[in-house]
Design a protein around this ligand. Structure first.
Ligand SMILES: Nc1nc2c(ncn2[C@@H]2O[C@H](COP(=O)(O)OP(=O)(O)OP(=O)(O)O)[C@@H](O)[C@H]2O)c(=O)[nH]1
Ligand SMILES: [Mg+2]
Length: 381
């Protein structure tokens, strides 16, 4: 699944205004008639629900909008440059690849976000004629283009995110409550990319569950598969922690997971949490009671087993109740303004390394050296 791409984007340059004096037979001193330059094209992101990944952008490394045409004689205005609309799946976040700064977030189908604005066209010399300067022999240049290397990241939109060590039974749970068919096997790191499933609840109600690769202690330092998959549960309202019943210390495992999440983004701790103790077919009632005495206090828990179906309905009830609780609704409103933290480039150094190599041969921004932008005031309209 392609959930991360890096692209060079460039908006269009504004066309130059024309400096021209009207000339025609029997019209002496025709006056200025240079037209305005056209506007450069924008780079626009558009949310499109028909896309699920960023695969279509993987091999498209450059997106350049068209430049505005220069103004012409006879007051003709130059054509505007063509804007480029880039379709992205809903839930895409854009960052400036060089500084790691957050740029924008595309959440809805049809939502348009202008990533880079094209330069405005320059004014032709008709605009500069005054009673005392009737034949201005100058015009305004167009505004320059903007160029930026942008990383687009997909952050999946799901209601419940599964968090657990490898082999905890996350994929097994997803496959037993939804129609998703994730790979399941008895070794760590079976799941290498996120899976989504729709869990149907009573009376035709449903919610979306996201299964992501397992997290281990030290994941925030890049151990195992690291933490980059956590971005897929960043938007989830509810986190379901999964610890197998045969773990040495359930409480400790839970705390390790929590700690790793906090390192990734402290806001993750604001989410509702539920604990599921998986594989409880492996233990008997007596042991279950013993275990329940030593569980984290502040969150609801449930014992489940995928093969016997034990606790699964109870788990769904708890999840549904939590998803619809008053508190969670308030949190959802807050989440609309989810803070996407700027990138910490150190954490993604490895991700960037192979990209950097590809970009060395990228063509440089061509400069217009025949006019000087500094001389002109591009006053805000
Ligand atoms: N006995 C029993 N075994 C289970 C249960 N749930 C999962 N397993 C087994 O545990 C192993 C790991 O399950 P997965 O669902 O692949 O675990 P995961 O958490 O997705 O693991 P990763 O994808 O590697 O992070 C498999 O062999 C499952 O058959 C359960 O409730 N009871
Ligand atoms: Mg798995």
């Amino acid at each position: 699944m392609i959930d991360y791409v890096k692209i060079v984007c460039r908006s269009g340059r504004g066309g130059r205004g024309m400096a021209h004096l009207h000339r025609a037979k029997y019209i002496p001193n025709g006056g200025p008639d240079g037209g305005d330059g056209g506007k450069g094209g924008d780079i626009i992101l558009r949310g499109n629900r028909n896309y699920w990944t960023l695969l279509h952008l993987k091999y498209q490394r450059h997106i350049f909008a068209g430049n505005g045409q220069n103004g012409g004689i006879n007051k003709s205005t130059g054509a505007d440059g063509e804007s480029k609309i880039v379709d992205v799946p809903c839930g895409t976040v854009a960052y400036n690849a060089e500084t790691g700064e957050f740029l924008c977030d595309v959440m809805e189908d049809g939502q348009l976000v202008t990533l880079l604005k094209g330069g405005r066209g320059g004014l032709g010399n008709v605009h500069f004629a005054t009673p005392t300067r009737q034949a201005p022999r100058f015009a305004q240049p167009g505004e320059p283009m903007q160029e930026m290397t942008v990383t687009l990241e997909l952050k999946l939109l799901a209601d419940v995110g599964l968090v657990g060590f490898p082999n905890a039974g996350k994929s097994t749970l997803l496959s037993s409550v939804s129609a998703a068919k994730p790979k399941i096997a008895n070794y760590p790191f079976t799941t290498l990319e996120p899976n989504l499933g729709i869990v149907s609840y009573r009376d035709g109600k449903s919610f979306v569950m996201a299964d992501i690769p397992g997290i281990i202690e030290g994941a925030s330092q890049g151990k195992g598969l690291g933490l980059r998959f956590l971005r897929h549960i960043e938007r989830n309202s509810l986190l379901l922690f999964m610890v197998p019943a045969d773990a040495d210390d359930i409480k400790k495992e839970y705390e390790v997971l929590l700690n790793e999440l906090a390192t990734f983004n402290p806001e993750m701790l604001d989410k509702q949490r539920v604990l599921a103790i998986t594989k409880c077919d492996l233990i008997d009632e007596e042991l279950k009671e013993m275990l329940s005495e030593n569980l984290p206090e502040d969150i609801p828990y449930v014992f489940i087993s995928a093969p016997t179906g034990e606790g699964i309905q109870e788990l769904k009830d708890i999840l549904w109740a939590e998803l619809n609780s008053e508190e969670n609704r308030l949190a959802a409103v807050k989440r609309e303004e989810l803070v996407h933290r700027n990138y910490d480039r150190r954490m993604l150094a490895a991700d960037f390394a192979d990209w950097e190599a590809d970009f060395d041969d990228c063509e440089e921004l061509e400069e217009d050296d025949d006019f000087n932008y500094d001389e002109f005031d591009f006053d805000e309209e």
